[in-house]
Write a protein that binds this ligand. Structure first.
Ligand code: CA
Length: 208
């Protein structure tokens, strides 16, 4: 799942981004409305988290502009507490949902999950790389004609890898993510190939 986070307050942005990444979302952060319009129109995001108060173009104008450009990604507006007009304006501008600040992280994550589910209906449901494919509607992975059985965590990680492919995703050898990656690789490759292939598929270390 790939999320665009639009938030000019760095501390808030890094807090939200970290939580989303821990939940295996791929996150791009931008700080201005201009950049949000540029990225939102360019990349097919599964959801856009949009702060209303931004320097320059406001979140509401960003939302309106994205919809005018045909962007269908579900949008969650982050609004100030008590400003009912702001919420109404946001929904009128094409937002799907809103959350008032300050919010509880678990609620944000729940809203994001709901939004992403909704977003599937607008496309982007199938991811693939080489002969590996992921059907995000049916939660099913296949390699060629063969179904690859995956646990929920394995599915989420493989999804992230496919969203980033062919970019290299780095994980510490000691991390939980690395362990999950090993088990995905085994499931994908071990039926037909050697363990050497698994080792070469998983690369640890630095991003160049
Ligand atoms: Ca702000």
């Amino acid at each position: 799942m790939r999320i665009l986070l639009v938030e000019d307050e760095r501390k808030v942005a890094s807090f939200i981004a970290r939580a989303l990444k821990e939940n295996t979302y791929a996150v791009d952060v931008v700080e201005t409305g201009e950049k949000a319009i540029e990225s939102g129109a360019e990349v097919a995001y599964d959801a856009i988290l949009l702060d209303v108060r931004l320097p320059g173009i406001s979140g509401i104008e960003v939302c309106r502009e994205l919809r005018q450009r045909g962007v269908e990604a579900p949008i969650l507006m982050l609004t100030a507490r008590g400003l009912v007009e702001q919420r109404v304006e946001g929904l009128d501008a094409g937002a799907d949902d809103y959350l008032t600040k300050p919010f509880v992280l678990t609620e944000l994550l729940a809203r994001v999950r709901a939004l992403v589910r909704r977003g599937f209906h607008t496309g982007n449901a199938r991811l693939s790389y080489a002969d590996l494919a992921l059907d995000r509607h049916r939660r099913r992975a296949t390699r060629g004609q063969e179904i690859v059985p995956l646990t929920t965590k394995e599915f989420a990680l493989l999804e992230l890898l496919l969203l980033r492919a062919p970019e290299l995703v780095t994980a510490a050898r000691s991390s939980n993510t690395y362990g999950i990656a090993i088990s995905i690789a085994k499931r994908i490759f071990l039926r037909s190939t050697s363990t050497a292939c698994v080792r070469s598929w998983i690369k640890t270390g630095r991003r160049s």
